[in-house]
Design a protein around this ligand. Structure first.
Ligand code: PHE
Length: 345
């Protein structure tokens, strides 16, 4: 019994000092675990009488409970202290100003390309793609422009070798799609880059982009083309936009037209944007030439179709009042942020 009291005193003495948590736990184990000091005293039981055993056992259990409570209290105290220290040390000053990060802006070119795509997807078109490095066969021959045809002069083409070139218009995709469609109806747009030999200035670029459109089915007529382009102009420029056709020439369409949209700025009255005419030229189009249909596996007596080619930069320049085509490619952050502010307003 004396030994038990001594152990209790010993622990109380040790706990007077403020021990770190780890040491407290070690100490607890040293006294209370199986081979701890109290447990070892149990070994002495066998030397006692039955009567003595009872009271000795009770004494040990009480001492155990007392020690457990003691350690528990101290450990809790330490844990609370540790938490408080952590809270104190890791305090965040929420009044400090934040670090602002610079974020990029969307180039108006892509914004407009996306808008054009959405408009036509909304009319049931699928988006097709074709190669930018293509064969003469697709870029010219299947589009009714044989070798040495004077119409080749309309486009200054960048050749890689005699048969291979950087496509000078997305119309090349028309030929690819027709060749792959086994004479079935087609309704596609193809947005993509095109290349021509040109000196870059405010309105010219050796690399630019077009959205080609091609519809082939039975009974497709010029009226379908006009209403399609009018709907496009109304969604793109202004609700009351009108389009007008002026006759033109492309080897792959017959008849061919240049398409003007009524000026969305002055609504036809005449202003600097439309140079006083009330109309702005936006694209080339026409009914697919019967020769092109035939060369690509369609019977022109059964099928007809229309095609159009929209210049993406041109639409973007008109839509957002951008006066220099080179700005789309220069990644000048001032232009991009300026433009984005304008759009937000
Ligand atoms: N491919 C013509 C161009 O680049 C545009 C066009 C496309 C015209 C489709 C008619 C039909 O100028």
């Amino acid at each position: 019994m004396k030994e038990i009291d001594e152990i209790l005193l010993e622990v109380k003495e040790k706990l007077k000092a403020s021990l770190p948590l780890e040491e407290l736990i070690q100490l607890r184990n040293a006294y209370l675990l199986k081979k701890g000091k109290l447990q070892l005293l149990m070994g002495k039981m066998k030397d006692l009488s039955i009567e003595e055993r009872k009271s000795f056992g009770k004494e040990i259990n009480d001492a155990k409970a007392a020690l457990e409570a003691l350690f528990e209290e101290k450990i809790k105290e330490k844990e609370a202290q540790k938490l408080n220290e952590m809270l104190e040390n890791e305090k965040v000053d929420i009044t400090l100003p934040g670090v602002s990060h610079f974020s990029g802006y969307q180039n108006p070119f892509f914004k407009v390309q996306r808008e054009i795509e959405e408009i036509f997807i909304g009319m049931g078109y699928e988006v097709a793609n074709g190669p930018e490095v293509d064969k003469d066969h697709y870029v010219f021959e299947l589009l009714n422009i044989p070798k040495n045809h004077p119409a080749r002069d309309m486009q200054d083409t960048l050749y890689i070798d005699e048969e291979t070139l950087l496509r000078s218009h997305t119309s090349a995709v028309q030929a690819h799609v027709m060749q792959n469609s086994n004479g079935k109806p087609i309704k596609i747009i193809c947005p993509g880059k095109t290349y021509r030999r040109d000196d870059d200035d405010m309105t010219h670029s050796h690399q630019f982009a077009q959205v080609e459109g091609l519809v082939i089915d039975k009974n497709i007529n010029l009226g379908n083309l006009k209403s399609t382009l009018e709907l496009f102009a109304q969604k793109m420029f202004s609700k009351d936009a009108k389009v007008r056709f002026r006759s033109s020439f492309f080897p792959f369409t017959e008849p061919s037209v240049e398409v003007d949209v009524s000026c969305f700025n002055c609504h036809g009255r005449g202003c600097p944007i439309c140079k006083g005419s009330g109309w702005i030229e936006i694209l080339g189009a026409g009914m697919v030439n019967p020769n092109v249909l035939r060369m690509n596996g369609y019977d022109p007596d059964v099928y007809s179709g229309f095609a159009f080619g929209i210049g993406i930069e041109r639409v973007a320049m008109l839509r957002y009042g951008i006066n220099d085509i080179r700005k789309f490619y220069q990644n000048d952050i001032r232009f991009l942020s300026d433009f984005n502010k304008k759009v937000e307003d």
